[in-house]
Design a protein around this ligand. Structure first.
Ligand SMILES: [Zn+2]
Length: 454
């Protein structure tokens, strides 16, 4: 017997290996996995529970490949709403370092993941690089939040080791000893990483950026990830300041530095990647490097428009990221998908970036970044039962008759009607299923005030 049947959809966009689109389609989920997919002419299985998706677009759950969840504690912080990347970071580092603890990390992750679920996201990464001494087990706190809300989670053990006195960007009290960082990384992988097919938690290693860790830590992190069989993540070629820093500090451009440190492999995914030239795009693609495309953040920090269409066609796994909630500052994967379509058209031509390609980046591409193609980001038998159901009615969708996928991303703003993770609804009828939301928001507001001096 099927556990859950989502039936009668206007269209099921499978984003599977054949990119099937099924009119009047249905998706069956059993034991947390997709057990069947069909169109209106295929017989439906009997199910314990059915969701009527009449008039809805059904897609795989969206995949978020880059975030800093704790940053929603300093959203739209007034002194920093108009600064580029380096100045923005240097003002916020001391506030974050002074206030972060397990309780605030749990609240930030819970609220941030709830926001993502409401936008159709079912799997999120988090690049948590802030581990000041005495802050406690921050990775453990956010993993507990993800489990409580029911989201599939890929936290990364991030790190900073190069402070201002050593030529880096963060303050002295925000960085850690490199041997400690590697030992902590290994401990977190041993405690939390689950490599099984339908895993709910996977850990990656993630030195923060070339301007906050040493070359030695970049190299040793890559070696440790290889030994432990986990993925590697960092910020890469984010803006012109990043380019200038790499040339001044290492005598080479960021993509060359990435390769120099042993990172030019399909085990890695880089965030932003706004600045690669055409030759570098070719090398990234040949290596199968993943790209976390973060269009809102890239626009708000005026970093530029990443060449995502070129990187996708070169062979990169291009996924979407909402980036930290105090740079982006929203965390809606639907909105990132729409912006990736708009920015892609502006950068590469109106016909080069479609809603279908944006949907692919938001789902299957993200699975590639996280090393889980065939498991997440598609609706096919054996993949995980992670589904987003999008209601397509009301004034904003009036007139959308023939192409629900273009309509889904061109019209809006919108959020998911149902978000289902491993066959369990996290969002139902547009509302979070958990009864804790009001309580969490009240506590989050108190915590945020500690981060933002009045
Ligand atoms: Zn980031």
């Amino acid at each position: 017997m099927t556990d859950l049947l989502i039936r009668n959809a206007a269209l099921v966009a499978t984003v599977d290996v054949d990119r099937r689109e099924l009119s009047g389609g249905w998706v069956a989920i059993t034991g947390g996995l997709v057990s069947g997919v069909g169109s209106s002419v295929d017989p439906e299985p009997a199910a314990d529970r059915a969701i009527d998706a009449d008039g809805c677009l059904v897609t795989p759950g969206l995949v978020n490949t880059h975030h800093h969840l704790y940053q929603n504690l300093t959203r739209a912080y007034t002194p920093m709403t108009s600064a580029p990347l380096f100045g923005w970071l240097q003002t916020l580092y001391p506030l974050w370092t002074a206030a972060i603890d397990e309780e605030s990390e749990f609240l930030a992750a819970w609220v941030g993941l709830a926001e993502l679920a409401l936008s159709g996201c079912t799997t999120s990464s988090d690049h948590h690089y802030l581990h000041p001494p005495r802050a406690g087990d921050l990775l453990g706190a956010e993993i507990a939040a993800a489990a409580d809300i029911g989201m599939r989670f890929h936290p990364t053990y991030g790190s900073m080791s190069l402070s201002v006195k050593d030529g880096g960007l963060p303050p002295d009290d925000a960085v850690r000893d490199e041997d400690d960082i590697l030992a902590e990384s290994e401990r977190h992988v041993a405690r939390h990483h689950d490599s099984s097919h339908d895993s709910m938690v996977q850990i990656a290693l993630a030195p923060c950026s070339p301007f906050s860790v040493s070359t030695d830590l970049m190299i040793r992190s890559a070696e440790l990830a290889e030994r432990l069989g986990v993925r590697l993540h960092t910020h890469l070629a984010e803006n012109s300041e990043d380019d200038e820093f790499a040339i001044a500090s290492f005598g080479m451009r960021p993509v060359d530095y990435y390769e120099h440190c042993g990172w030019m492999t399909d085990r890695t995914w880089g965030a932003h990647v706004v600045m690669p030239n055409p030759e570098e795009v070719g090398r990234l693609g040949s290596a199968g490097v993943g790209i976390a495309h973060c269009p809102s953040s890239n626009m708000i920090l005026a970093s530029g428009i990443a060449p995502v269409v070129d990187m996708h066609h070169a062979g990169c796994h291009v996924g979407l990221g909402c980036d930290g909630s105090s740079s982006a500052d929203s965390a809606s994967l639907w909105q990132e998908a729409r912006l990736s379509m708009l920015a892609g058209k502006l950068k590469s031509g109106a016909d080069k970036m479609t809603a279908r390609l944006a949907l692919e980046i938001a789902t299957r591409g993200g699975a590639g970044c996280l090393g889980r193609v065939g498991e997440i980001g598609e609706l096919s038998v054996g993949a995980v039962g992670d589904v987003a159901v999008w209601k397509m009615d009301g004034p904003i969708f009036a007139g959308v008759l023939d192409d629900p996928i273009e309509g889904w991303l061109r019209c809006g703003p919108t959020s998911a009607w149902h978000t289902i993770v491993a066959g369990r609804p996290v969002v139902e009828n547009g509302l979070l299923v958990s009864p804790k939301l009001d309580e969490m928001l009240a506590d989050h507001r108190i915590a945020a005030r500690r981060f933002q001096p009045a």
